[in-house]
Design a protein around this ligand. Structure first.
Ligand code: KIV
Ligand code: ZN
Length: 514
């Protein structure tokens, strides 16, 4: 069956820009328009020229530089608005004037103070006026979904007769629910059979009930052949139908939808990021298609599934929207399979034993850190694959450090199958730890050098401590990392001590304090 082509009418630069705080400079608008053209949108609603001279200038710039899509400008049923639209579009290769007039009772009575008869006349008069300058005229009966049906159908009939080539049905306040909205579209087609055929039938859904995309899809199924939408779903109040969600729903459920779009879906992420960056409107992490988490998997079960067969937990190939692939977020929910795969990806070919130990450490770290980044893992493995045997291992650490009191540390170390504990005071908490370690191991070390740096990202970044100690005539370096800087210091000190211990002739088990 041949699929119906759905016209994608993007209004990011008009309704989207009406989002509080989202205003854009003419240059920014041009940049977004260029990206929309790259995505292959059919119509770009570039702005509302009556709003300001700057808006006219921005639409003119876009009209000059963006030649493939139709460039559209919005106008109220006011002659000077239509004149401003005409001026704004004068350089466009393909142009459309979009005229709107509210039709619902509440708008007629309270906002416009006009009768139904007056509404007919105003609509017809201004469509005819706009038609003098532009063949492609879109008419929107604003608040259509709350308009009396028979009256709405008659407004639409007269608009078509006056020259509208597209009739757009807005759910201006996001009030409709999908079944009802689909039924409204069917009703309008029954009353005006040229809709969806000779005259484009468009819908424009707002998201006040979170149903903008669902309503738009219901309208498509009912016969609409244009949808108005915005990148990231930005727009008045709760926003408009999100383009990326609409396009990917049509694409992903091609088995059910008899329609298709011309959008180059690989440009979706780029467009989303550009719009977010230029408008300053942050995309929520769990936003469908473009949210940071949309293709991330955290649970061990999901990670295992995705690694075995992506489609187990992913309905869209991330590459299709312009991402490099799915993201396996390593954290406390991750399993061995995901950890091993990440090691492989990072180029670490570890033995089964090394994997066991690194995984154990990873789990301990994941309990402390929200996200375990690749640098964290590299650090874990480096620590694991080091050729220094863990003669002494940290089992327990307790620091007392209060202003005005001498800092003290209680440390327990593991050696073979036994543990030993010691407490000590020091000039500072780190010094107290080193002294306690000396007591346990019996190794007298002089600290020559001590340096801290942050090695991973995030608020809970790991710190790395590097030490140089002198034991007898030997100078040895040690390195340790942890989210806790004192623990990192202890690990660094032990790393150095272990290097010394590993080369002692005397078996370490004979050390007195064990
Ligand atoms: O939401 C709305 O009704 C509009 C019209 C101008 C189409 O944005
Ligand atoms: Zn709107």
């Amino acid at each position: 069956m041949k699929k119906r082509k759905i016209t994608i009418f993007d209004t990011t630069l008009r309704d989207g820009e009406q989002s509080p705080g989202a205003s854009l400079t003419p240059l920014e608008k041009l940049e977004i328009a260029r990206q929309l053209a790259r995505m292959n949108v059919d119509v770009i609603e570039a702005g509302f020229p009556a709003a300001s001279p700057g808006e006219v200038e921005a639409i003119q710039q876009i009209s000059r530089k963006v030649r493939k899509p139709v460039i559209c400008a919005l106008a109220r049923t006011v002659k000077r608005d239509i004149d401003a639209a005409r001026e704004a579009l004068k350089y466009a290769k393909k142009k459309r004037i979009h005229v709107f007039l509210a039709t619902s009772q509440i708008h007629r009575e309270h906002k416009l103070k006009k009768s139904k008869e007056e509404i007919y006349d105003i609509a017809v008069e201004h469509i005819r006026y706009a038609k003098k300058f532009c063949q492609d005229i879109e008419f929107s009966p604003e608040d259509a979904s709350r308009t009396e049906r028979e009256f709405l159908a008659e407004v639409v009939r007269r608009a078509i007769r006056a020259g509208a080539t597209t009739v757009n049905i807005p759910d201006t306040v996001g009030y409709a629910i999908p079944e009802e909205f689909g039924e409204l579209i069917r009703f309008l087609i029954r009353k005006n059979p040229e809709l969806g055929k000779k005259v484009t039938l468009s819908v424009h859904c707002h998201n006040d009930l979170g149903l903008a995309v669902a309503n738009s899809l219901a309208a498509i199924c009912a016969g609409a052949n244009q949808v108005e939408c915005t990148i990231n779903g930005i727009g008045e109040r709760a926003g408009n139908a999100s383009m990326e969600e609409l396009v990917m729903a049509i694409d992903t459920r091609a088995d059910l939808m008899d329609s298709t779009t011309a959008i180059r879906t690989e440009e979706i992420i780029k467009s989303s990021r550009l719009v977010s960056y230029l408008t300053g409107m942050v995309v929520q992490p769990n936003k469908a298609i473009v949210g940071r988490n949309a293709f991330s998997h955290e649970s061990g079960i999901h990670q295992d599934g995705v690694l075995k067969m992506r489609q187990t937990y992913e309905i869209i190939d991330p590459k299709k929207v312009g991402l490099s692939g799915s993201e396996i977020i390593l954290g406390k929910h991750s399993g061995r399979h995901a950890f091993k795969e990440r090691l492989k990806k990072l180029g670490h070919d570890v033995s089964a034993k090394e994997l066991d130990r690194a995984f154990e450490k990873f789990k301990i770290l994941a309990d402390k850190k929200k996200y375990v980044f690749d640098q964290d893992i590299a650090r874990l493995v480096e620590d694991e694959v080091t050729d220094v045997p863990p003669v002494w291992e940290l089992a327990f650490l307790d620091i007392r450090s209060t202003t005005g009191e001498v800092p003290s540390a209680r440390i327990r170390l593991k050696h073979k199958n036994r543990t030993a504990e010691a407490s000590s005071e020091g000039d500072g908490p780190v010094d107290a730890c080193f002294r306690a370690i000396e007591k346990i191991t019996g190794v007298k070390a002089r600290l020559m050098d001590y340096a801290i740096k942050s090695v991973t990202s995030g608020e809970d970044a790991q710190g790395e401590v590097n030490v140089k100690i002198e034991v007898g005539t030997k100078q040895v370096k040690g390195r340790g990392s942890s989210t806790d800087i004192i623990e990192a210091s202890v690990k660094a000190f032990l790393h150095a001590i272990n290097k010394v211990a590993a080369h002692l002739d005397k078996p370490i088990a004979e050390t007195p304090n064990v």
